[in-house]
Design a protein around this ligand. Sequence first.
Ligand code: GTP
Length: 617
Amino acid sequence: MLSAFIGAVLCITGYTLWLLRSDALASSFQQSALMARSFENALTQSLNATGQAASQALSGARGKAGLREVEADFAQILRGAPHLRSLSLINSQDRIVASSNPANVAQQVPTSDYLPLIHGPQTVLRLGTPWLGRDFAAGRAAEAGVGAGVATDGVSTLIPATLPLQGSEGLRLLVALNPDYFVNQMAQQLDGPVGMVEVLRLDGARLMTTNPEMPVGQTAYGKALALRFQEREFGQFEAELGQATLTAYRVSTLYPFVVLTHLYREVALARWVTEVTTVLGVLIPVLVVLSFLAWGLHRRQWLLQLQRAESERLQRVNAAFVFTHIREGIVITQADGSIIDVNDAFVRITGYSRAEVLGKNPRFLNSGRQDKAFYEAMWSELLATGQWRGEIWNRRKDGEVFAELLTISAVPDSQGKVQQFVAVFNNITSIKAYQDELEHSARYDPLTNLPNRVFLADRMRNAMTQAQRRQLLLGVVFIDLDGFKAINDHHGHEAGDQMLVTLAERMRLSLRESDTLARNGGDEFVALLADLAAPADAIPTLERLLEAASQPMDWRGQTLTVTASMGISFFPQSNKRTRDELLHEADMAMYQAKMAGKNRYHLSPGPVVPSCSEPVL
Ligand SMILES: Nc1nc2c(ncn2[C@@H]2O[C@H](COP(=O)(O)OP(=O)(O)OP(=O)(O)O)[C@@H](O)[C@H]2O)c(=O)[nH]1
């Protein structure tokens, strides 16, 4: 973005500078053309004025017909004409016959190559090539032609021109123009360091120049330019004169010369160069700073991208590592429940391979231990809250049922619509088994596997409630073995333990399903006889219990026998009875049985009122 901006700024700046340069060149060309026109005009005017002044002088002197008088008039004209060195009359043999400078008289001045070339009588001004020297008398024609000529630095020159004279057969006016005068005028308007001016004859011969190092008389620029002068009277072009110039020329409409103004391109563009330097001096540092900023910004973004890509890669690697190596089983499903992926732990826990489960619904793991209502509640919570957590029993491929602690999370898309479900589970079968064991040992006697005293309290509470509800009696039988200590003492504690286990089982089997036999501790047991219509209904059971307790037990080849004494209390009674009171009454009754000779039962004497509905405590 910033690069495009910098590029655009550079393009616009470059284009603008290029326009400014073109403007500077066009304006300099225009200035050059204006100067050429002005110099040409001044030179043409001077030649016109010279011709007129000389003609007037001659017409005035014609009556006198004396050449000395003409010379005097010429001298008179010359005093007010600094652009002339001399005025002379020249005859048809190109010899001076009269002159403002008497030393010129009899001087031969060849005019045959003066321009324009004419045959027959001269009717217009004709220009010669420069002479070296202040006047014809002490001068000589400068060598003409390509590569010839003389540098005018410190050398006086003159430019000869002939003009026709009316009515003077064979005589013409010979003017020695002072180039220094014109050169000075031109140099005043065009400083040497800025450019230079030169005046050429139409054939290219240099007549004068403000550059003293350029030879006069030399034919400059070749024929092509001379032809151009003939085709167009003004024009402009770039030239190479030691240095590049913006050259304009103007051809005189009356005389055979052309003025060329050369402005040095370097000078013409100096201001533009200053502008360019200023603009670039400001712009380039700004662009450099911007470029550095852009580079820095770009580098920072690049580094951030690298960091982000690396952290995303690490996240992916970590996620993949966790997915593969975590101990928990993971199942990922689509919103419709079909499995997209499972991890190694899933395979290990369930026994199914990945290929076997892909595309299936996880319900194939269902063990049947949870009912339909369980799953409906699960889905309802999952869809409402986005998560469900609980224990569930599933079935392995080998048929074994296992318990898992399962967390299912819904994965929504940006619109909140569920895209996937991720289920993470632990096999908690062993934990569950351990929990069950703990629970069992808290409620059951480890030796006989009968409910212990704690669990008996629970069972009694339920049985008492049932009795009240059904308006039937609950019989609480307190059982204490007779002579058990002797077993321990004579046969060892182990035999005693075995006796307790054996009798417990026998007594349990002598009860109905709905009855309970618990171990109260030591050699004491408690039986709960439910649903008795009357106290007497307990008697058959008590008899069976006595029978079961008195059955002999084989112990390592010996027959061991004990008996039991029992007391029974009933619930409900007319007076309120607590659990402990019931047990105490039964215990008291058992004690009566012991007192009466053991191996018998005794009924608690408390009045029995089956219809009584006292609260259970
Ligand atoms: N082997 C064994 N003995 C136990 C256990 N719990 C208590 N005992 C013993 O059981 C005996 C119970 O004592 P008692 O009830 O006085 O003995 P008894 O011989 O039955 O006496 P009576 O009830 O008066 O007939 C004690 O010697 C206890 O040490 C047990 O778990 N295993």
